[in-house]
Structure formats: structure tokens, C-alpha cells
Design a protein around this ligand. Structure first.
Ligand code: MTE
Ligand code: MOS
Length: 827
């Protein structure tokens, strides 16, 4: 076992401790960035001028009238930018644009003494636009050849040959939806400039170092002139990995021009209309199976809807490609990826970061092909699992493949699946108007940033003379419990009680050059860095204690606030030891560092071993569908998930529950709609509020919800034997979608195939039930074709895809699965 993963006796890690801010959260005392506003004297408020077009040239910008509005202090435009007018890292996100790229884009910002003054000022700004044609859906983008960024290809084996020789070949398409983060705290930044020109920005950001870099380049400063702090976030979910930078830069620009503090907080409708979301994808696929249902080949083209700028679309697509295999061995694979450029919000990181989209493709393939193969979907899934020794399509050995099996089998047992399957059959036989079904799906999710350089972290640990400990680390807290885990790691490594350790807010002047708290790797990376810093201090204290107790240094044990030798009475209190070390002029603080070893990734070849390890899980979901309306209930969910040896079981179970419910929201309820008409509001987000965008709430929770962490799951080479947990459980919710598919198909005779839309809203389920009963397919669903003599076109021929609904007859006639036309997913 490695030193990193070894736990001492009676560690503080592994204890079921509530979130360190739980009390503050529930009493409302927890401080978020915008709470600083009322505590800051003389603060100005920023309000955007939002464009009423999805795509347009700005032909005239006249700001003077705004300055006549009482309380307006200044209008910020491109002319004010001393550095680079760009809010991103790809150079394609002008902060003050001359060409509007999405409906509602901010063309300039008004600063006012009050928010109301700034808002009235924004209404007084005169802007003239020359509207340009706008591309709204991913299918329109494909049709018009509107792409951005790289088009990676993941390939292994000989797909064409394998498909040519496969006993069963199917082809199909899937449109899968995006998702709004809907973090409770919207994007927010508060900026100050001090008398020496030092800029201090408090930002709700998952990536303070990158926010710092963007603020610096917009202001034309070096990084050392900008400090970014993140107190905590009221949720990030990936939506604050890249998106906060521009808002922080606008606030900092305002502060540097006026000399006064500036606050920029998006209200909910601004946040919904301006900020990026999960990428929706369009997928075309062909899959070959052998006579027993083993996957022989997968040929697919994944087109993500990137929105107006690149943002994180390329790495999101890479992760999607790296997860089309999910937990399944597919000997021959060819997946082409590309990113559509559409005139919408710039789609970005969202819990799972493309992994969910990639996995949904293969699970949809299996769910749709199982009845055609005459194999129970659970049997088909299990039959295709990776075995130890096999490699992913990008060439990484699948270590601990047996853990996927262990999770799966434990769910079958604890979920009482065999008995319930019989009960479900009995229910379906005796209830003409409802159908129940149970589906079980696996998760295998790679942990680490694909981009190797991001897999590093730092920490700063201070031990004060009285023995109390203050920890800084590079990760941010967004509710996921990272700080709680870091307190537990520090207490364990120093051998002190949990209460002796305190955490300071994340700041770029404490730990520099940090990576985003993302890819679920926050605890792995920062935990190892915190442990490294603590161990440096302990090593120095060991020398002091050795002299004092007359015990060789390596025989001393630190734990519970004491240092003990092997003999009677060889005990020293931590605080006394620290006090003595100070007098002896021993350094009582240390900077820690960690980098994940053994990773390599060639992004051009899409090959390597980008992940430190895989996280595994399995979920069994049971649903009941109403045959008249498509309405459904989620009756019971059983989950077994692998978090290694948990650092903090309460936190981890909360992450599994929260991730699962967020995934269920994405796949069943949350339905983003943009105005796809040719009217004047084309491109407007029509689901721009909580009244039109349905989020999961208490009433959508499974009626029975059992979450277990896989036992005996020690992960060697990771901090205290743990595994990341933040994102992987989200994909367990695919079980709900597959259960809905099975329940809908149960309205037809055995073997009925159902092509379920995503999200599987009651409306979509209604269509699926109708299909099962032999009714017409909904117009936007392209059925699976059998025979698969066609090929998946790499760059679909624009002429072949007219922009009108195609008839079912055409769909049946075509042997080629190609991009079919529709106005999107919706009904
Ligand atoms: N949990 C809560 N409560 N709030 C969040 O914003 N973000 C998720 C996940 N869990 C999130 C969350 C995402 S997208 C990631 S990448 C991880 O937490 C990041 O934190 P970690 O690396 O510390 O797990
Ligand atoms: Mo999470 S999507 O990696 O911030």
C-alpha cells in the first residue's frame, strides 16, 4: 500500500461528519459573495444592456443618455478596456462585443449608485443593430456546416469489417438535451482596487486562478496585481468553472475606472439567458452484435451543441468520446466528434463534463437494441461488461473491472431485484392502465483531468504557537463538502482533533496556479497536497518530540492531539510540542504540493491513460407509467457506488443522492427550449425561469431511495484510499430513463421497441407508450433501422437533409441513418 493511501489508527477521515458549514447553511449565516455588498461602503452596482437579437452587428452604441439618469455613474464599453477585450481563454469571447452572438448578450454594462439606477441607465443606452441570420439548433448547424474547434476521432480495431461480419447490425439517432445548472447562487463578483492599484475580486468561481488571469489580461495587468477569493459557492456544478471570469473582469474594470467597489450579480433571468449550460448532443450510430448479444462494433458521430463560443466544448467532447464505452467492452470502435456553433449561450462544463452524454449514447443503443435481439436489457448489459485485462478504446487498461460487477451484484441482492421483477410482472398483468418496470444500469467514470497538466494542486498549512491549525488549499467549496474532507485530512495527517483545524477561504495569493475545482478531483488533488504539507510539519515536530521523549523519531505516533512513544508515560500533548518547537525556532508551517503520477494523454490521437482510476457504480430504478398521460412515478431506487474508502461517508452519500437526482432531472424533467421560430425573438431562451423550466424537487425524489457505498474498496495511490465522488453518480440516473423505456414498451407485446426522446418528460413517455401500442411515432423521433447496410456519414451532405419534417415513409425507405430533420427534441 502506498504512503498516500495508508490510514493511521483511529483516523479522522472516514468519520461521518456533517458538512462543515451545515449549520451556517441552514441558519442563513453562511456568507456568499453577494452578501458582501451590504457590508461594503460606497459600492456601485452593474447592470447589462442585453441585445434583442440572436445574431447581429452592433452598428451604433450611444451611451450618453444613460449618464443623464440619476444615480448612473459610468457606462463601461469596449473603449474602456486597457488590456484584452475578451472574457475567455480561447480568444473568442469578446467582453464588449461588436457582433452579438446570442439573444440577450451583454453589449455594455452600466454602473449605478443603486441597482435600480443602473437598470434604468441600461434602458437609456441607445444601440442600433443590423440583424444577421442565426443558427439555433444543432441540426441546423449540421445542415449549414457551422462548426467550431477540433473534430477528434477515437478509433480502435476495424469497425467496417466488424460491422460487415456482424450477425446483428442496427443504426439509429439520438437527440439528447442540455441542462441548466440552476445553482441557487447566481454568478456574482465584487471587486475592489486599493490605493496601490492592487485588484481584489471576490468571485463565485470554481477556478479562482483562471478568474485572476482573465481579470489581469482584461485590465492589462500582471497576475501578481490581481487577487481572487472565493468564500464559497451556492452551487457550481461546472457552471462556474469558466463562466465567472467575464463578470469578474467587468466588476474589476468598473472598480479600476471609478476607484469604487463594484458589485455584479446576475439576477436569475440574466443568469439563465447569459450563461452556458450542459451541451445537448446529436448522435448517429451503428452497432453490431454477435449472436449472444455481445457488442462487436460501434460506429458513431457525436455532434455537441457548443453555443456561440468554444469555452470548454473541446474537453467536454473529449470526455464524451472517452465515455461512449461506459462499462462495456467494444472491440471495434470509431467515434467522430464535432462541435456545432450555434447562436445560443456558450455551453460549458456540467457535472460529468460530457461523460453523461457519451454514456447515454451507448445505454440508448443497448436499450433500443435489446428487444430486437430478444435479450433482457439487464442481461445484455451484464454480458458486455469489461473483464480485467481489457482496455478502453483509447488504450487505458480497465483496472478493477470486477468492482463494476461487485456493485451490480450487490444492487441485485440488496435491491431484491429478482423478487421485485416477479411482482412487477404480476402488477402489469393485473393493471390494464399502468405499467411498471425496473432497469439497472452501470457506471464507469474516469477520474482525472484529461489534460495532464491540470492534475496538480497546492496547499498551505499553518500551525500556530497554541497548536491550532489553519489550512488553505487550492480547491473551492460549492456545497460538495471538499472543505469538510480537507479538515478531516489535515486532522488525520497531523494527528489532532477535528476541532483543532480551521479552513480559510480559497485565495490566489495563498495558493497560486491552481486548477479548477472540477473533474471530481478536488479531494484527490488538494487532499494529497494538504497531506503533504502536514507531513512536512510533522517530520519537523518528530525531531523535537524525539529529543524530548528520548524515543527514536520513527517510533513516535501522532494521533488524537498527542504524540506517543511505545513505552509508558512517553506522551506529549500536541500543543506542548508545538510550543516547544516554536521556542527551538522550528518552522511550523509548510506549503504542500501534489501531482498525479502515471498519466499521459495524446489529445490529437485520442489515446493514452488519462485517468488515475475509474469510479464504478450501479443503480436499479423502478418506475410506474400511466398509459393515458405518460405521467410516471419513481417508485424505488437502489444504488451501490464505489468511493474507495470514503473520506467522509455522510458527504459521499449526499453526493451520490444529489448527483443521482440531478441526473434524473436532466433525463426526465428539465427541458430547455429556445425560440426556433423565424419571428423577431428567434433564439430567445423561452424557459428562462423556474416556472417554465422544471427542476426536480422533493416530490420527484424516489419514494424509496437506498444508497450504499461499496465496501472493501480501498484505492491504492489516492489520499487515504478514497475515490472521487462528485460527478459519477449523476450517470446512475440513466437507469430511470431505461426503466421508463421498459415500462412504456410493456404497453405493447413482448419485444416491443420504444424510441424514447430525451428528456423523457411525461410528454415524451406518452409518445413512447403510443409507439408501443402500435401508434404513430412522434415526428421528431427517428426509428432504429435494422440491417445497418448504411454508413454513418462523417460530414453529412447538406443537400440530403431538407429543413422540413420528413415523413415516416421516408424514414423507413432510407437505409442510411442520417441526420433527419426536425425542429429539435420537443413535441
Ligand atoms: N455538489 C454540490 N453540492 N454542489 C456543486 O456545485 N458540483 C459537482 C460535484 N458536486 C457540485 C457538487 C461537480 S460538477 C464537481 S466537478 C464536483 O462536485 C467538484 O468537487 P470535488 O472535485 O471536490 O468533488
Ligand atoms: Mo464539474 S462539471 O467538473 O465542475
Amino acid at each position: 500500500m502506498s504512503d498516500l493511501s495508508l490510514r493511521p489508527a483511529d483516523p479522522v477521515v472516514g468519520r461521518a461528519i456533517p458538512h462543515e458549514s451545515a449549520g451556517l447553511h441552514v441558519t442563513g449565516a453562511a456568507l456568499y459573495t453577494d452578501d458582501l455588498t451590504v457590508r461594503t461602503h460606497g459600492i456601485l452596482h452593474a447592470h447589462p444592456v442585453q441585445a434583442p437579437h440572436a445574431h447581429a452587428k452592433v452598428t451604433r452604441l450611444h451611451t450618453a443618455p444613460a449618464l443623464d439618469v440619476p444615480g448612473v455613474v459610468r457606462v463601461l464599453t469596449a473603449d474602456d478596456v486597457p488590456g484584452v477585450n475578451d472574457g475567455g481563454v480561447k480568444g473568442d469571447e469578446p467582453l464588449f462585443p461588436s457582433e452579438v452572438m446570442l439573444f440577450g448578450q451583454a453589449v455594455c454594462w452600466v454602473l449605478g449608485e443603486t441597482l435600480e439606477a443602473a437598470r434604468l441607465g441600461s434602458l437609456a443606452v441607445e444601440v442600433d443593430y443590423e440583424p444577421l441570420p442565426a443558427i439555433i439548433t444543432v441540426r441546423e448547424a449540421i445542415e449549414r456546416d457551422s462548426f467550431q474547434g477540433g473534430a477528434p476521432r477515437l478509433e480502435r480495431g476495424d469497425v467496417d469489417n466488424a460491422l460487415a461480419g456482424a450477425p446483428h447490425v442496427f443504426s439509429g439517432e439520438l437527440d439528447l438535451a442540455g441542462q441548466e445548472h440552476f445553482y441557487l447562487e447566481t454568478q456574482c463578483a465584487v471587486a475592489h482596487v486599493d490605493e496601490a492599484g492592487q485588484v481584489f475580486v471576490q468571485s463565485s468561481t470554481q477556478h479562482p486562478s483562471e478568474t485572476q488571469e482573465i481579470v489581469a489580461h482584461v485590465l492589462g495587468l500582471s497576475s501578481h496585481a490581481v487577487t481572487v477569493q472565493c468564500l464559497r459557492m451556492g452551487g457550481g456544478f461546472g457552471g462556474k468553472e469558466m463562466q465567472p471570469h467575464g463578470y469578474a473582469a467587468v466588476a474589476a474594470l468598473g472598480a479600476s475606472l471609478t476607484g469604487r467597489p463594484v458589485r455584479l450579480r446576475l439576477n436569475r433571468s440574466q443568469d439563465l439567458t447569459l450563461t452556458g449550460k450542459r451541451h445537448g448532443f446529436h448522435a448517429q450510430w451503428r452497432a453490431g452484435f454477435d449472436g449472444e448479444g455481445r457488442l462487436l462494433a460501434l460506429d458513431a458521430t457525436l455532434t455537441s451543441d457548443g453555443g456561440w463560443s468554444l469555452d470548454l466544448s473541446e474537453p467536454v467532447l473529449a470526455r464524451a468520446l472517452c465515455h461512449v464505452d461506459n462499462a462495456y467492452w467494444i472491440p471495434n470502435v470509431r467515434v467522430n466528434g464535432r462541435i456545432a456553433l450555434t447562436h445560443k449561450t456558450s455551453q460549458t462544463a456540467f457535472r460529468g463534463f460530457g461523460g453523461p452524454q457519451g454514456m447515454l449514447v451507448i445505454e440508448d443503443v443497448i436499450g433500443r437494441c435489446a428487444p430486437r435481439l430478444g435479450i433482457d436489457p439487464a442481461v445484455l448489459r451484464r454480458r458486455n461488461f469489461y473483464a480485467s485485462g481489457q482496455e478502453t478504446p483509447y488504450g487505458q487498461p480497465v483496472r478493477h473491472a470486477e468492482r463494476a460487477v461487485a456493485c451490480w451484484e450487490q444492487v441485485l441482492t440488496t435491491g431484491d431485484v429478482a423478487a421485485r421483477t416477479a411482482q412487477i410482472a404480476a402488477h402489469n398483468a393485473s393493471h390494464p392502465h399502468t405499467r411498471r418496470a425496473l432497469a439497472i444500469t452501470p457506471v464507469k467514470f474516469g477520474i482525472s483531468f484529461n489534460f495532464t497538466a491540470f492534475n496538480q494542486a497546492g496547499a498551505l498549512v499553518h500551525v500556530y504557537k497554541d497548536g491550532s491549525v489553519l489550512v488553505n488549499h487550492g480547491g473551492t467549496e460549492m456545497g460538495q463538502g471538499l472543505h469538510t474532507k480537507m479538515l478531516q485530512v489535515a486532522a488525520t495527517s497531523l494527528g489532532v482533533p477535528f476541532e483543532s483545524v480551521r479552513l480559510a477561504p480559497t485565495r490566489t495569493d495563498k495558493v497560486p496556479n491552481t486548477s479548477a475545482t472540477a473533474a471530481s478531483s478536488g479531494a484527490d488533488l488538494n487532499g494529497a497536497a494538504v497531506k503533504n504539507a502536514c507531513e512536512q510539519v510533522v517530520e519537523r515536530l518528530r525531531v523535537v518530540a524525539s529529543a524530548r521523549l528520548g524515543v527514536p523519531p520513527d517510533e513516535l505516533r501522532f494521533g488524537g492531539g498527542f504524540v506517543r512513544g511505545p513505552g509508558e508515560g512517553q506522551t506529549l500533548a500536541w500543543a506542548d510540542l508545538v510550543a516547544e518547537a516554536y521556542v527551538q525556532r522550528v518552522q511550523l508551517w509548510a506549503a504542500g504540493f501534489y501531482r498525479t503520477e502515471g498519466l499521459h494523454w495524446d489529445s490529437a490521437a485520442m489515446a493514452g491513460s488519462p485517468f488515475k482510476y475509474f469510479s464504478y457504480g450501479a443503480a436499479a430504478a423502478e418506475v410506474e407509467v400511466d398509459g393515458f398521460t405518460g405521467a410516471y412515478r419513481l417508485l424505488r431506487v437502489d444504488i451501490v457506488h464505489d468511493v474507495g474508502d470514503s473520506l467522509s461517508p455522510l458527504i459521499d452519500i449526499g453526493q451520490v443522492e444529489g448527483g443521482f437526482v440531478q441526473g434524473a432531472g436532466w433525463l426526465t424533467l428539465e427541458d430547455l427550449r429556445w425560440d426556433e421560430s423565424s419571428g423577431p425573438t428567434r433564439g430567445r431562451l423561452v424557459t428562462a425561469s423556474a416556472s417554465t423550466y422544471k427542476l426536480p424537487s422533493l416530490s420527484e425524489m424516489p419514494e424509496v431511495f437506498n444508497v450504499a457505498l461499496l465496501e472493501r474498496a480501498h484505492e491504492d495511490g489516492v489520499v487515504y484510499g478514497s475515490k472521487a465522488v462528485g460527478e459519477p453518480p449523476l450517470m446512475l440516473a440513466i437507469s430511470v430513463r431505461e426503466a421508463l423505456r421498459q415500462a412504456a414498451s410493456a404497453f405493447g407485446p413482448p419485444g416491443t421497441v420504444v424510441d424514447l426522446a430525451s428528456p423523457a418528460t411525461p410528454e415524451a413517455v406518452f409518445w413512447a407508450v403510443r409507439q408501443a401500442r402500435g401508434g404513430a411515432q412522434p415526428p421528431h423521433i427517428v426509428p432504429v433501422l435494422e440491417g445497418g447496410v448504411g454508413v454513418v456519414p462523417e460530414q453529412p451532405d447538406a443537400d440530403a437533409q431538407p429543413l422540413q419534417p420528413r415523413s415516416e415513409q421516408v424514414a423507413q425507405d432510407e437505409q442510411v441513418a442520417q441526420v433527419a430533420q426536425s425542429s429539435g427534441r420537443g413535441g
